[in-house]
Design a protein around this ligand. Structure first.
Ligand SMILES: [Zn+2]
Length: 241
């Protein structure tokens, strides 16, 4: 926990969350971390800083990072959709997956299931996917669109805008929130979750050079968060993702 959020005897030392400030904090094998250490990530994720108290004093350290969590589907890592080779009992698999707590997952915007790489994919070189430079150019343009929209505010990116500002100052297309409101009523989405869906929807719209999120953008943000497709059709002009 100390190496993650900071601490130590005497003079408090920065942890990985502060060393990753304005960068990426990647936790591999996340369920292997203690629940206490993972819970301690919640404060910096909300506030962008961490407060470390030790006998020598209290320090407030910056900790605004992009969090990437990786987790195997089971302790042996072989439990896939095809199930080949995994001998973990179902109760062990359930316990392992439950180690990623609800409050931490509520702060995760994009969940992606990844199948193991097969041999032919591994040996196939080049010719697949977009070059990184093309993706980087698209991301830069999207960030510039967001920065232009936010130019008279203290914020520079969609992720920094507080929820109530986002909901009241920049409106999405009429009816675009219908699926998100249904999820909220059915308890599938928390109040924090809907703000996070809105931020992702604005980013998807920025990537597609749309002036504001349509139903498609909000529904895609919901799908990336929950894995459940809502099926709004892509607007004319393309999607960008
Ligand atoms: Zn297994």
């Amino acid at each position: 926990m100390q190496s993650l959020v900071g601490g130590g005897n005497g003079v408090p030392r920065p942890g990985a969350v502060s060393l990753a400030h304005r960068g990426v904090l990647f936790l591999d094998e996340t369920p292997e971390f203690s629940g206490k250490a993972l819970d301690a990530l919640r404060q910096p994720l909300e506030s962008g800083h961490v407060v470390v108290a030790r006998s020598a004093g209290v320090v407030r350290l910056p900790a605004r990072f992009l969090m990437v969590l990786a987790a195997n589907p089971c302790p042996c890592g072989r439990h896939t959709l095809h199930g080949a080779g995994c001998e973990c009992p179902p109760s062990v698999i359930r316990r392992y997956q439950a180690r990623l707590s609800g409050p931490l997952l509520d702060r995760v915007d994009l969940r992606v299931e990844v199948e193991p790489v097969n041999r032919s994919d591994l040996l196939c070189q080049g010719g697949r996917g977009e070059p990184t430079a093309a993706v980087a150019a698209r991301v830069r343009e999207a960030r510039e669109r967001a920065a232009a929209r936010l130019r008279d505010t203290p914020w520079g990116a969609n992720s920094e805008v507080p929820g109530h500002e986002l909901r009241t100052r920049w409106l999405v297309a009429p009816g675009a929130l219908a699926a998100a409101e249904r999820d909220l009523e059915r308890g599938l989405l928390t109040a924090r979750g809907i703000d996070r869906v809105l931020r992702v929807a604005w980013t998807i719209a920025d990537l597609a050079a749309r002036d504001r999120p349509q139903a498609y953008d909000v529904d895609l943000a919901l799908e990336l968060r929950t894995g459940i497709s809502r099926g709004a059709p892509m607007p004319a002009g393309g999607g960008g993702l």
